[in-house]
Design a protein around this ligand. Structure first.
Ligand SMILES: NC(=O)c1ccc[n+]([C@@H]2O[C@H](COP(=O)([O-])OP(=O)(O)OC[C@H]3O[C@@H](n4cnc5c(N)ncnc54)[C@H](OP(=O)(O)O)[C@@H]3O)[C@@H](O)[C@H]2O)c1
Length: 362
């Protein structure tokens, strides 16, 4: 196996642990022996557990010579020891790195490896790796905020429901199953109280992959009824208000004007180790996030159906003239059963690492 194939395999391994590693990065590692055969594979375990390199080293049991990793091995002792030392001690003579570590705290791994006479190749498939499972973590390091993906389902004419309010189901089973996969890969799902009042959604991943993202309801005035499914025990929930309480544990007060201040909410979620979040609705909250420039990625599920009337999937996003349209860059088009999934990112949204600013890994 060549090193690019091994790097792509490492990316694949890291995709499988998305949604379980925050605040740590989802890293993948592939170890090769002197003949280029895979002898170890690993991905970051939940916080406090071993990093990808250590998992792979254990599997390789001393046979590995080359380590291919999506992110520069850490060089600090957090909740686990430095991976750079573990690799050097494990008989690795060459380390191949996708992206460099952007934080000052965990950085220095490449230098430490070279000082231990380990050869290090950097920047291998860097753009591809940075745009993959590491993208939200890199975004969080660069901006201090979670990566926000607005997901919606709409008809071909951009409607989220019919005139009488019926909306189940706009898209087919394949698209709906894909939404659950998307949910399983993020740390939090965010909706406005309007969606809770209209649909009473559970906002859980089904079937459960063993972990559930944090459910976040933006509810300035405490209008969510005690019987709402989001308040059940199937996952953790954070009720975000301007004052009303749903109990100390599950209430986050984000003082602002009459409504929850969204930039302050994102900062507060980042402080709670939310690295990636899925904004699931509805048109009012999505418009407000876009108006505040807080949407980084859009995933739209478009059904081949026309309604001609009924609520739009997006309300006022602060655009008054065509020059101010929110321009997006299409990155993927996938057919799911009879529907189409469009993935877009905001122009200028950096997926690549920026300056070292925030916390390292533990
Ligand atoms: N097709 C889809 O993909 C999709 C997805 C989700 C929902 N929906 C549909 O959308 C409909 C509900 O629409 P909606 O617009 O009422 O729901 P929403 O956007 O989920 O909730 C809107 C509410 O969020 C609260 N909010 C808190 N802070 C806010 C802020 N800073 N800016 C804006 N709003 C803030 C507001 O209530 P307070 O002022 O009381 O806080 C506002 O009324 C339902 O029919 C549902 O089926 C469709």
């Amino acid at each position: 196996m060549d090193i690019e194939q091994a790097m792509r395999r490492a990316v694949e391994l890291s995709r499988a642990v998305l949604g379980t590693t925050s605040p740590n990065p989802p890293v993948g590692a592939v170890l090769l022996d002197s003949a280029g055969e895979i002898v170890g594979e690993g991905a970051t375990q939940p916080p406090g557990g071993p990093h990808a390199e250590v998992v792979a080293l254990q599997q390789a049991a001393g046979r590995a010579r080359t380590a291919v990793v999506t992110l520069e091995p850490c060089n600090h002792t957090g909740r686990t020891g430095p991976c750079s030392q573990a690799l050097a001690a494990g008989g690795i003579t060459t380390v191949v790195v996708g992206c460099n570590e952007p934080t000052a705290l965990a950085g220095g791994g490449i230098q430490a490896l070279r000082e231990s006479r380990v050869e290090v190749l950097t920047g291998v498939l860097e753009q591809e790796v940075a745009a993959g499972p590491l993208s939200a973590w890199l975004h969080r390091q660069g901006t201090g905020l979670p990566l926000v993906t607005w997901k919606y389902a709409a008809t071909l004419d951009g409607r989220s429901a019919a005139v009488d309010g019926t909306s189940q189901w706009i898209t087919g089973p394949e698209a709906r199953a894909d939404v659950h996969l998307l949910r399983s890969e993020v740390d939090a799902i965010v909706v406005g109280v309007g969606t809770v009042l209209a649909d009473d959604p559970s906002l859980t991943v089904r079937p459960s992959p063993g972990h559930q993202p944090l459910r976040v309801v933006v509810d300035s005035h405490g209008r969510t009824p005690a019987t709402a499914k989001v308040l059940d025990d199937s996952a953790r929930t954070l009720m975000v208000t301007t004052g009303p309480s749903y109990g100390e544990e599950r209430t986050l007060v984000v003082a602002g004007g009459d409504r929850v201040d969204l930039p302050a909410l994102l900062k507060a979620l980042a402080d709670r180790d939310v690295v990636s979040l899925l904004l699931e609705g509805g048109p009012t909250l999505a418009g407000a996030f876009l108006r505040d420039g807080l949407v980084d990625r859009v995933v739209g599920y478009v059904a081949p159906a026309l309604l001609g009337a009924g609520p739009a999937v997006l309300e006022d996003a602060g655009v008054g003239t065509i020059d101010d349209a929110v321009r997006l860059h299409l990155t993927d088009v996938t057919r799911l059963g009879g529907d189409v999934r469009l993935t877009l990112r905001r122009n200028g949204t950096a997926a690549a690492p920026q300056a070292a600013k925030t916390q390292g890994r533990g």
